[in-house]
Structures are given as structure tokens and as C-alpha cells.
Write a protein that binds this ligand. Structure first.
Ligand SMILES: Cc1cc2nc3c(=O)[nH]c(=O)nc-3n(C[C@H](O)[C@H](O)[C@H](O)COP(=O)(O)O)c2cc1C
Length: 223
């Protein structure tokens, strides 16, 4: 797979086979992620990889909090768009597409709740990678560097036949992660990535999300 193929083939995978992902493969992916650029080569990323019983315990503890409707206090607020914005419109469009593929009707509260919970369970992936940074750094500075590492993880995973889903849902109850994964307070938990072998029969995995045409986002000058 060449680079452009990888970029265009990557998509969020929300249904996985149960096959485990070896530590060797995950190591290679994270080593590739560490090749991402960062400001002044500061490399402000840290990774925690969870699998097996550790990940299953996390899922159970997170779902328990969710089902008791406990308030969420994420270390990093990924969702920051106003309700009357194009960003919200795009979010709604995505949800409609996923619900259609998963045969979830708008008024079906039980199915909607089950879908929400699935995200909090890291989509039942056999592995999850958490991306952390140090609280001593500025709130926004390391985000660019972590974003580069995040995309590198997703692209490198493709090389090994793996799928990924970047998800803030996985880090919305940071206190659970902090306690069970022994993450100190001076580390900020920014984002999670579910990793595993895609189940191509899972309906939501056929979603090819759209993009705005480039002429809406780019301005050319001097060409
Ligand atoms: C910062 C970030 C947070 C995300 N959080 C979630 C999430 O919590 N749940 C989810 O299903 N997808 C999540 N996604 C995946 C996006 O919905 C997805 O990237 C977007 O719809 C484009 O689709 P694609 O990845 O298939 O190209 C997240 C992506 C990013 C970059």
C-alpha cells in the first residue's frame, strides 16, 4: 500500500474481530508513531496500551459510570462546537449515517444508548492506546504533536491489516483510567484509539465518511 492509498483507505472502525493484536505489532506501530514530528522535537507524547483483562476491567468500570449517569470531567475537552454551527451539522450528518447503517431509529432510545455504550467500551476492540501528555506543558501546544502521532498510529496500523477508531469517548471518565492504569495527576489523558482487526461484516464499518470539497476550505494565492 503506498502512502496515498493508506491515507484514503483509513477510516474509523467501530466493529472488531476478537483476535488479539500482538505486543510485537503494537510496538512497531508505536515506534512508527514516535517518528511523528513535534515542536522542537519535544516529543510530548506518552502511550499506555491496554489489552486483555486490563482492558475488559476498564470497559466494565467505565460502562458502570455511564449507566449511573455520572458526570464526565475529561482532562481534555474534544467537543467544543456551538449548536448552531456547520460543525454541529456535520456531527449530526455523521450520526444519521451511522444510525442508518446500524438500523437505529431516532426514537429508539434503547438502541441509541447501546450504541453510545459501545463507544465507551472501546468498540470491543482487543486493544486500546491512550495518548497522554505532561500537565507542565501548555494546554494547547502538545495537541498538534499528539495529533500527528495519532494519525501516524492509524496509518501504521493499516500496514499490519489493523483498523482503528480515534475516540474521545474512551477518555471521558479519566478517573477510571487514572486509578486502574496508575496514571499520575501530572499526566493529562488526551485521547484514546481503539485498535484491532476489522470485522468487515459489521455494518458501521462500511461507512465512508464524506468531506467538504477542497474549494470550500482552501484559498489559493499566487497560482
Ligand atoms: C479527536 C477525535 C475524537 C473522536 N472521537 C470519536 C468518538 O468518541 N466516537 C466515535 O465513534 N468516533 C470518534 N472519532 C472518529 C470520527 O468520528 C471520524 O474520524 C470522522 O467521522 C471521520 O471519519 P473517518 O475516520 O472514518 O474518516 C473521533 C475522531 C477524532 C479525530
Amino acid at each position: 500500500m503506498n502512502m496515498m492509498e493508506a491515507i484514503y483507505q483509513r477510516r474509523s472502525i467501530r466493529g472488531y474481530k476478537t483476535d488479539p493484536v500482538s505486543k510485537d505489532v503494537l510496538t512497531k506501530i508505536l515506534e512508527a508513531a514516535c517518528r511523528a514530528p513535534s515542536a522542537m522535537n519535544t516529543q510530548p507524547w506518552e502511550y499506555i496500551v491496554a489489552g486483555g483483562d486490563v482492558l475488559n476491567d476498564l470497559r466494565a468500570a467505565i460502562v458502570d459510570k455511564l449507566s449511573r449517569k455520572e458526570p464526565m470531567h475529561p482532562d481534555h475537552e474534544a467537543i467544543s462546537w456551538p449548536n448552531d454551527s456547520i460543525y454541529r451539522d456535520r456531527q449530526v450528518e455523521l450520526a444519521k449515517k451511522i444510525f442508518a447503517l446500524m438500523d437505529i431509529q431516532r426514537e429508539d432510545k434503547a438502541k441509541r444508548a447501546a450504541w453510545l455504550e459501545r463507544g465507551f467500551r472501546f468498540f470491543d476492540a482487543p486493544a486500546a492506546i491512550l495518548l497522554l501528555t505532561d500537565r507542565s506543558l501548555s494546554d494547547v501546544g502538545p495537541l498538534l504533536d499528539l495529533g500527528a502521532a495519532m494519525q501516524t498510529i492509524c496509518l501504521a496500523a493499516l500496514h499490519f491489516g489493523l483498523g482503528t477508531c480515534i475516540e474521545d469517548q474512551g477518555v471521558l471518565y479519566p478517573e477510571v483510567l487514572r486509578e486502574r492504569l496508575k496514571i499520575p495527576e501530572n499526566k493529562k489523558i488526551v485521547i484514546a484509539i481503539a485498535v484491532g482487526y476489522p470485522d468487515w461484516d459489521f455494518p458501521a464499518n462500511s461507512l465512508a465518511s464524506g468531506r467538504e470539497s477542497l474549494d470550500k476550505n482552501a484559498r489559493w494565492m499566487g497560482f
